[in-house]
Write a protein that binds this ligand. Structure first.
Ligand code: PSU
Ligand code: MN
Length: 306
């Protein structure tokens, strides 16, 4: 872990500050996943479960959000209640200064979480799926700020690839252009979030937390300024059925077109469609993959701290 920076606008919780000062393992967690990716009330239970899984593997969890204009790394139980229940707006990197300047609340995306984590001195971060290039981006120009955010922020993000709602091939091309390393964890294929295999290869495969730690140390020591993606497939037992997945995806894309949903509402709307249309199956898959990712992030953080 890098040394904690001098006190700035980002506030770390006492537990996170103490862990960072002692050089112990810390894992950042994303709040948009809780506020917009998972339905209430399951999101609140998920927040506790994810933090508990990080602790069970020897690291300190640091969920990130902006509350009352204060960027926070590490939330109290009452603050997690607000993230999961207050209908917070979705904040990407460009929104951070606005929310802070105006004293507002917001849930942070992958890119915004990575930015705040980095300022606090946390370099490991776990989530579900990365944002990416949307289908039809050549007309809509809808490319998630997660990609530019990763290019500019030296944080290692553990995820299950990107959802099949995106243009996976184009997303991988942008990650290559931006010099963001992409590692498959125990796999040669880039995972497809609800499904284990997106049908696209990963450039590199790693098979242990120690290998990941060695790659990350080397990336940083060679002056790598970009983040990195560690992509882990959902456990086989929790994968979403292929036919159900394909049907929900086709329906979801039609629904977006019919309702004219664009911009930052696209990802939450599609996720909600999956959750509503699968009778809870997609929610089960989503929770299982995020949990596996926070465990892996904790293991890598511990390997890096030792
Ligand atoms: N992937 C998920 N669940 C999510 C998101 C992505 O499986 O909730 C969220 C993340 O916060 C990610 C954001 O950073 O969606 C990307 O949104 P957009 O495509 O609008 O950039
Ligand atoms: Mn977008």
């Amino acid at each position: 872990m890098i040394a904690a920076p001098p006190a700035g606008p980002v506030r770390t919780s006492p537990e996170v500050a103490e862990a960072l000062a002692a050089g112990r393992a810390v894992v950042a967690l994303e709040s948009t996943l809780l506020a917009h990716g998972l339905p209430a009330p399951q999101n609140r239970a998920a927040a506790d479960e994810l933090e508990a899984a990080v602790r069970a593997h020897g690291a300190v969890p640091a969920t990130v959000a902006v509350l009352d204009g204060v960027p926070k790394v590490g939330l109290s139980a009452a603050e997690l209640d607000r993230v999961c229940g207050d209908d917070l707006v979705k904040l990407s990197v460009r929104d951070l200064g606005v929310a802070v300047g105006l004293g507002r609340d917001g849930a942070t995306t992958v890119a915004a979480t990575a930015a705040l984590a980095r300022i606090a001195g946390v370099e490991l971060f776990a989530t579900g799926g990365l944002g990416g290039v949307h289908r039809g981006a050549r007309d809509t120009w809808d490319v998630s700020a997660d990609l530019a955010g990763l290019a500019a922020t030296a944080v290692l993000v553990v995820c299950s690839g990107v959802k099949s709602i995106l243009d996976v091939a184009a997303t991988l091309e942008v990650l290559e252009t931006e010099s963001v390393p992409v590692l498959g964890y125990g796999t040669d294929s880039f995972p497809g979030f609800y499904r284990r295999d997106s049908g696209h290869a990963v450039p590199w495969r790693v098979d242990s937390p120690a290998e990941v730690a060695a790659v990350w140390r080397a990336h940083r020591s060679l002056g790598g300024v970009a983040g990195a993606v560690l992509a882990q497939p959902v456990p086989a037992a929790d994968e979403l059925d292929a036919a159900l997945h394909d049907r929900l995806l086709a329906e979801g894309l039609m629904l977006l077109a019919e309702r004219g949903i664009t911009g930052k509402d696209v990802t939450p709307a599609l996720l909600e469609h999956f959750h509503a249309g699968s009778g809870g199956a997609s929610l089960h898959t989503n929770l299982a993959l995020v949990k596996a990712n926070v465990v892996l992030a904790a293991q890598v953080a511990v390997a890096l701290a030792s």
